[in-house]
Ligand binder design. Structure first.
Ligand code: PHE
Length: 444
């Protein structure tokens, strides 16, 4: 690639599908619906949508503007517009990439294992026992490493030949499959209570500060914001892209998948009368209750379950790819390494980072807490300040490729005042909770 300039997406839809692939992942396919059901149902969905509009979309647009404007990976892009004083923020993104992909790949490894085992033997009747048996230990390490190898193999093939091509094949398939599953779930007897549980409107829940914090953290994680993933992808595009429009498409697709996944999960669980077993953890709902439900649904359940977990693997893979690409593109830019070398070296290092998480699920949960509720929110806060206050003429840059008035003044105002204040509040709250979790894990 050297000498011929930066790699490029071959088409606009290729970029959009890759970005949607980054956004759609484990985060929305199980965490979203679980949080909604626990925290006010439809009221949570409304709160989540509002946060996506007021905070998520402006930050996404900021990342795309920065990445496209600089045409460089995060570290260099921040240095390009802000001078070397801002480079540590790029370092934070890379650290977040290591941490998140480290444990994300462990969960993806469980998912892959469920999908493949179900193909061979069906789902276990005692999924709780099965899950404790596979969640941590040497086998969990092996599946995690296996998943990392697949991720590396795609990223090593490059932006258009690997990342874009895979997204073009897999993302449309994922949409089709999810809609099919939701339609199937709607035919289940007794599933109606599942919809009610998922979506009953409870305003009192969303008035709580911790729910607000959760919703904001979830929006950031689900939209892949706050660690330069969207920025990196945008660095491979040209100026003909309409960034506000494409941000809207990406956010809408991300929300759509999250919402529809809930329309699959809850009817299935309630039709089987298993709501009592959903328990207090997001992982439990996905890896224990749901597989048990599939088991009790007989042959149809096995087929549906394999498709569901297969779709989860696809979502996880396209997200993991974008996490790795942040680190790889930084390595290529900073050290001048060829792509293949950067991919294998960093992929290998991230696989190592994930091993402790594959041996200890409490540590995995802690990594998720630190990354999702602190690092991404902090990264988003600094990004909004950077594009709102430091970057020269972001409106001039974002305007390329658009036609007509696009509310750019409002965008900048949100980035300057509203987003930093809201994220500051969120960060303040989640720091407390994260500190408690850290002390709980490491203390005494
Ligand atoms: N958005 C992905 C998901 O929902 C996770 C992710 C976070 C990917 C941050 C890239 C960057 O699963």
């Amino acid at each position: 690639m050297a000498g011929t300039g930066r790699e490029r997406w071959t088409s606009k839809s290729g970029f959009i599908l890759a970005a949607v692939g980054s956004a759609v992942g484990l985060g929305n396919m199980w965490r979203f619906s679980y949080l909604a059901a626990e925290n006010g149902g439809a009221a949570f969905v409304v709160l989540y949508l509002a946060l996506t509009l007021i905070v998520g979309l402006p930050v996404m647009l900021a990342e795309l503007t920065l990445g496209r404007g600089a045409g460089k990976s995060p570290l260099q892009a921040l240095g390009h517009y802000g001078g070397s004083g801002w480079k540590p923020l790029g370092g934070l993104f890379i650290a977040a990439g290591f941490l998140i992909l480290g444990y994300y790949s462990v969960i993806a490894g469980w998912t892959l294992r469920y999908a493949i085992e179900a193909l061979v033997t069906g789902f276990s009747g005692d999924a709780g026992e099965r899950f404790s048996a596979i969640a941590s230990g040497p086998a969990a390490v092996a599946w995690h490493v296996g998943f990392m190898v697949v991720t590396v193999a795609v990223v090593a093939r490059g932006v258009s030949g690997g990342i874009e091509r895979l997204a073009q094949i897999l993302m449309p398939a994922l949409f089709a499959v999810l809609i099919g599953l939701a339609l199937y779930a709607s035919t289940l007897e007794g599933g109606g209570d599942g919809y009610r549980h998922y979506l009953s409107f409870d305003l009192s829940e969303v008035m709580r500060m911790d729910v607000f914090t959760e919703a904001a953290g979830q929006a950031f994680f689900s939209l892949s914001l706050g660690m330069g993933a969207m920025l990196t992808f945008a660095s491979y595009m040209d100026r003909s892209h309409d960034l506000p429009q494409e941000s809207g498409i990406i956010a809408a697709a991300d929300f759509g998948v999250a919402f529809v996944a809930g329309l699959v999960v809850f009817p299935v669980i309630f039709a089987l009368g298993m709501q009592e077993q959903v328990g207090g953890s997001t992982v439990g709902a996905l890896f224990i209750t749901l597989p048990t439900a599939f088991h009790h649904m007989g042959a149809a359940g096995t087929v549906v379950g394999i498709i569901f977990f297969g779709a989860l693997v696809v979502g996880a893979l396209t997200s993991a790819i974008s996490l790795l690409e942040v680190v790889v593109s930084s390595g290529m830019d900073a050290f001048g390494w060829p792509r293949a070398r950067a991919t294998w070296i960093f992929g290998g290092a991230i696989a190592l980072v994930g091993i402790p998480a594959a041996l200890d699920t409490d540590l995995l949960g802690l990594m998720d807490q630190v990354a999702g509720n602190v690092l991404l929110v902090f990264g988003g806060l600094l990004l909004s300040i950077f594009v709102g206050w430091v970057m020269e003429d972001p409106i001039g840059e974002v305007a390329h490729g658009t036609s007509g008035i696009r509310w750019f003044g409002l965008w900048r105002t949100l980035l300057r005042y509203v987003v930093p204040v809201l994220l500051g509040i969120v960060l303040w709250n989640s720091l407390g909770a994260t500190w408690t979790a850290l002390v709980g894990y490491f203390g005494s």
